[in-house]
Design a protein around this ligand. Structure first.
Ligand code: ATP
Ligand code: MG
Length: 577
């Protein structure tokens, strides 16, 4: 696995203007050259072009940060364009989800939301122009024949017997394709380029296909649809895009991108490719993620285990952490697999600063404090974040019956166990010292059901005047005040580091992690969380970071564990060095 180096390429925000920055990533370097040379009149105008056929994932976040980030750095603009030329898979649900995710991530396209499907008429005219120039023809070969005639990387393709139709015949057929005279799949419009080209994309690529499918925006207006390649560059041109930034898999499409624009003689943006983000233990492909949703391997696109932005938001990720991650992985030209631990590291750093620290008991064990006055309830002060005084403090109730974590008590403590045991004294965070006197067990099963303790009234706040030391500090909640909660723990979606690294005939789903979700349904959280709204994030002391889920109902909160406290990234980084 390649671990990205700390990104030294990023723009130094402290310097006066981007033009004076010494170290730039390769995209910004190109743009600065273009600005200097006065190309595109010195304008910078990018776009983010998702196809609305699924929800955005963290790979898209990388592209969004680059597209919008570059525009912002050079006082330019970035459009949002739905690249919707495939009626079979697109929908308004996806359009809306995409808009919501980009806004959440912190980017703004202002009034520049565009749809490739709004350009269908113009694209059709462009296609007719190419037909008239003798640069496009209608082909009657079947899909299978076209595939076979295409050849391979080592074998040149063969020309279709329909390739040399006259311009008049092609124009007539193409117009009748649009008019709906031919059945689906019976004809296509192809660019007339070179069946022997070393680049397969240049072997007379398809421009239009006949497809009677209802388009989610254009309804049944069209029965022919342009291909991605014939749509993308021309859409960029129509919008006056200067730099069309996309991921590396489009590199081989660039000659075609350029060919269409050159043949049409229209405004010519520049396509630049960067490496795709691949993340360990997950898949970043809408097609595969859709499979997981459709086949019920996850609860939906926003399942907190999904690498989608909606899933990550529900899990408790912050947009700041995702942007920081995108910044750190930088912009490179070489594909790599980034360890998901780096993403979690960025998240932890951000959550550590912003979340309130509260107490939650995940495996409750009842503790009765025998010498605590009956019916008494005290309000104790608890700092919200000891690393940041400005976050203030809150009052938490303490009473004679509390819950502690089951694993914080051992009847026969091993050597290095510094928590509660019979006869031993520990500190309750923000509260008192307690000593364990008696252990109550279920007669039948032998299970410990309750502890009886005494507290030291002189130790309020967790300190004593005699300076007496205890080994452990435990978190707790007052039994009568605690709020019931379900807590969902998540692990990697895939057990395999690179689920794409498959043996012949293997299905990526074979490597789904059967233990990626664990639910604890009998947890207790402190009463100050009673009114917590979905999306609120907390650090549960000693347990990790958690976020309130939208499945919460009154008197029963549902939490997602966002990320643990343990930073595995630091270890990985150290091992690298
Ligand atoms: P997927 O393979 O997940 O279906 P896609 O490329 O088909 O993704 P699009 O909606 O076409 O999805 O992508 C919109 C933009 O996002 C494209 O410019 C594409 O280059 C970029 N993009 C998609 N996946 C990644 C990724 N993993 N890393 C970086 N950029 C990506
Ligand atoms: Mg795509």
């Amino acid at each position: 696995m390649i671990v990205p180096e700390k990104n030294t390429d990023k723009l130094d925000k402290d310097v006066k203007g981007p033009l004076e920055t010494p170290q730039l990533d390769f995209i910004r370097a190109i743009i600065e050259e273009d600005i200097k040379a006065g190309k595109h009149d010195g304008r910078v105008h990018t776009r983010f072009p998702p196809e609305p056929n699924g929800y955005l994932h963290i790979g898209h976040a990388k592209a969004i940060c680059i597209d919008f980030g570059v525009a912002a750095d050079y006082g330019g603009k970035c459009n949002l364009r739905m690249d919707d030329s495939n009626p079979a898979k697109e929908s308004m649900e996806f359009v809306e989800a995409i808009e919501e995710d980009i806004r959440w991530l912190g980017f703004d396209w202002e009034d520049r939301l565009y749809f490739a499907s709004d350009y269908y008429e113009q694209l059709y005219e462009y296609a007719e122009q190419l037909v008239k120039k003798g640069k496009a023809y209608v082909d009657d070969l079947s899909a299978a024949e076209i595939r076979e005639y295409r050849g391979t990387l080592t074998k040149p393709g063969r020309e279709s017997r329909y390739r040399n139709r006259s311009v008049e015949e092609n124009l007539d057929l193409f117009q009748r394709m649009r008019a709906g005279e031919f059945p689906d799949g019976s004809k296509v419009l192809r660019a007339k380029i070179d069946m022997a080209s070393g680049n397969l994309n240049m072997r007379d690529p398809i421009m239009y296909r006949i497809l009677r499918a209802k388009h989610y925006r254009r309804g049944n207006t069209w029965c022919i649809y342009p291909t991605y390649d014939f749509t993308h560059g021309q859409s960029d041109s129509i919008e006056g895009i200067t730099h069309s930034l996309c991921s590396l898999e489009f590199e081989d499409h660039r000659p075609l991108y350029d060919w269409y624009l050159d043949q049409l003689g229209i405004y010519h943006p520049q396509q630049i490719e960067f490496a795709r983000l691949n993340l360990s233990h997950t898949v970043l492909s809408k097609r595969l993620l859709k499979q997981l949703v459709d086949e019920g391997h996850v609860s939906g696109w926003d399942d907190p285990r999904m690498p989608t932005l909606s899933g990550m938001r529900r899990r408790g990720y912050t947009p700041e952490a995702i942007r920081d991650f995108c910044d750190r992985i930088g912009v490179a030209k070489r594909d790599s697999l980034v360890n998901i631990a780096l993403l979690q590291h960025c998240l932890r750093e951000d959550l550590n600063k912003r979340t309130q620290r509260v107490m939650a008991v995940l495996h409750p064990l009842r503790v009765v404090i025998d010498n605590y006055p009956e019916g008494k309830v005290e309000e104790l002060d608890a700092a919200n974040n000891p690393e940041d005084e400005s976050m203030g403090s809150r009052k938490i109730p303490f009473s004679g019956t509390i819950y502690i974590e089951r694993e914080d008590f051992r009847e026969d403590p091993p050597k290095k166990f510094f928590r509660l045991a019979p006869g031993r004294e520990v500190r309750l965070k923000h509260a008192y010292y307690i000593t364990c006197d008696r252990v109550m067990k279920d007669q039948r099963t032998g299970e410990i059901v309750e502890l009886h303790c005494t507290y030291d009234p002189e130790s309020r706040g967790g300190w004593t005047s005699d300076g007496r030391k205890v080994m452990g500090t435990l978190h707790w909640v007052s039994a009568e005040h605690a709020v019931n909660a379900e807590v969902r723990f998540y692990d990697h979606l895939f057990v395999k580091e690179d689920p794409f690294d498959l043996k012949e005939g293997e299905d990526f789903k074979h490597y789904l992690n059967p233990n990626s979700l664990e639910v604890l349904s009998d947890c207790k959280v402190e009463s100050t969380l009673a009114e917590a709204k979905p999306g609120s994030r907390y650090q549960f002391l000693r347990q990790g970071y958690f976020c309130v889920d939208s499945d919460s109902i009154e008197q029963r909160l549902v939490f997602n564990r966002t990320v643990s406290l343990r930073d595995t990234w630091a270890k990985i980084e150290k091992a690298q060095q």
